[in-house]
Design a protein around this ligand. Structure first.
Ligand code: FAD
Length: 298
C-alpha cells in the first residue's frame, strides 16, 4: 500500500469501479493520483454484472478489456417475456462496436482487474482512509481525512469524488442528487441451476406479480433478480422442464431470505462457488451540477 502523501495534484476519494478506472487511466497518462478508500479492503461481492459495449471500448486503451473478455460471458440477446411468450427481443449483435454483446462479469472481478492495471503502473489505494470534509479555493482543495483513525490534512489541486451513492464530496459540494427509492425490495441471487433457456440471453420476465431477471454468469452460474417469493415462480411459469421448486432459502442468515426464491427449476448443489442471496432496494436518482468547479462527482 502506498504511503499517504499530504500534497498531490489529484486526490481521488473512493476506489470502486469509477475511482479505480479513473486512477488507472490517469496513471496511464502519466499522472499519479492519490487514491483513498475508507474501507480497509475492497468489496468482494458480485453486485453489478453487466459491462456494456461502450464501457469495453473506453477501457480498451488501459488493456483491461481483453482481461474482462477472458473472464466474462458474452451475451448478445436481451429478451422481455411474459412468462413463455416473447414480447421484445433486443439483439446487440448488430451494434456498431467491436463488442456487439453485453459482457456478464461480476463487479468484484471488474474491480480486481482495474486494480491490477492501476498497480501494474505503480499505483495503489491508501486504506482505510476516509475523506471527512474539504475546503476549496480557486487554486487548491484542502482535504481533511481520517487515515486509520488519525486525522490528517491533504492539499490537492483537484479533488475527484468517486465515493459512491452517499458521496460526501457530492453532498459537501451541494450537488443535488434527486430521486427516491423504489417501493419494492428485490432479492438478488447468484446460483447454479438447470435452466431451459439459452445462455446467450438475459431474460426479463414480466408477470402480474412482479418481475424476474435471469442472466448468465461465468462458471455456469446465473444471476436471478426478483421481488422474491411467489413472484419468481409465477413469472417463469411457462417453463417447467423439471417442476422442482427451489423455495429453500439459499442462505439462511438473512431475514429476508426466509421468503426465498421459488423457481420451477432445480439447482444442483455445487462446491465450486458459494451461492449468494442478497436483499436490496433500488433507487432512481439523477445528479445535477450547476457550475464547473474543482470538484467532480462521478
Ligand atoms: C447487491 C447490489 C447489486 C447491484 N447490482 C447492480 C446492477 O445489476 N447494475 C448496476 O448498474 N449496478 C448495480 N449495483 C450498483 C453498483 O454496485 C454501483 O452502481 C457501483 O458500485 C457504483 O460504482 P462507484 O465506483 O461509483 O461507487 P462504489 O462502488 O459505491 O464505490 C465507492 C467507494 O468509495 C468509498 N467511499 C465512500 N465514501 C468515502 C469517503 N468519505 N472517503 C473515502 N472513501 C469513501 C467506498 O468505500 C467505496 O469503495 C448493485 C449494488 C449492489 C449493492
Amino acid at each position: 500500500m502506498p504511503a499517504l502523501k499530504t500534497d498531490t495534484d489529484v486526490l481521488i476519494a473512493g476506489a470502486g469501479p469509477a475511482g479505480l478506472a479513473l486512477a488507472a487511466e490517469l496513471r496511464r497518462r502519466g499522472i499519479s493520483p492519490l487514491t483513498i478508500d475508507r474501507q480497509p479492503a475492497g468489496a468482494n461481492t458480485s453486485r453489478a454484472c453487466v459491462v456494456h459495449a461502450r464501457t469495453m471500448e473506453v477501457l480498451e486503451p488501459l488493456g483491461v478489456t481483453r482481461e474482462l473478455l477472458a473472464q466474462g460471458v458474452r451475451v448478445p440477446i436481451f429478451r422481455v417475456r411474459d412468462r413463455d411468450r416473447v414480447l421484445i427481443t433486443i439483439d446487440f449483435s448488430h451494434i456498431a462496436s467491436p463488442y456487439p454483446f453485453t459482457l456478464m462479469v461480476p463487479q468484484d472481478r471488474v474491480e480486481q482487474c482495474l486494480l491490477n492495471h492501476f498497480e501494474s503502473r505503480g499505483g495503489g489505494v491508501v486504506r482505510p482512509c476516509e475523506l471527512v470534509s474539504y475546503n476549496a479555493s480557486a487554486s487548491q482543495v484542502e482535504v481533511q481525512v481520517k487515515a486509520a483513525g488519525v486525522a490528517k490534512t491533504i492539499e490537492a489541486r483537484w479533488l475527484i469524488g468517486c465515493d459512491g451513492m452517499h458521496s460526501t464530496v457530492r453532498e459537501q459540494s451541494r450537488v443535488a442528487f434527486t430521486g427516491a427509492a423504489y417501493e419494492q425490495s428485490f432479492v438478488l441471487a447468484d446460483v447454479h441451476m438447470h435452466w431451459p433457456l439459452s445462455r446467450d440471453e438475459v431474460t426479463l420476465f414480466f408477470s402480474p406479480d412482479g418481475l424476474v431477471v435471469v442472466a448468465p454468469l461465468p462458471e455456469d452460474r446465473f444471476r436471478i433478480v426478483s421481488h422474491g417469493g411467489q413472484c419468481a415462480r409465477i413469472a417463469v411459469s411457462g417453463f417447467r422442464p423439471a417442476p422442482i421448486r427451489c423455495s429453500r432459502p439459499i442462505r439462511e442468515s438473512r431475514p429476508y431470505s426466509r421468503r426465498g426464491l421459488e423457481l420451477p427449476v432445480s439447482h444442483p448443489p455445487s462446491r465450486r462457488a458459494k451461492p449468494a442471496q442478497e436483499p436490496y432496494s433500488a433507487v432512481r436518482r439523477c445528479r445535477a451540477c450547476a457550475q464547473p468547479c474543482r470538484r467532480a462527482g462521478l
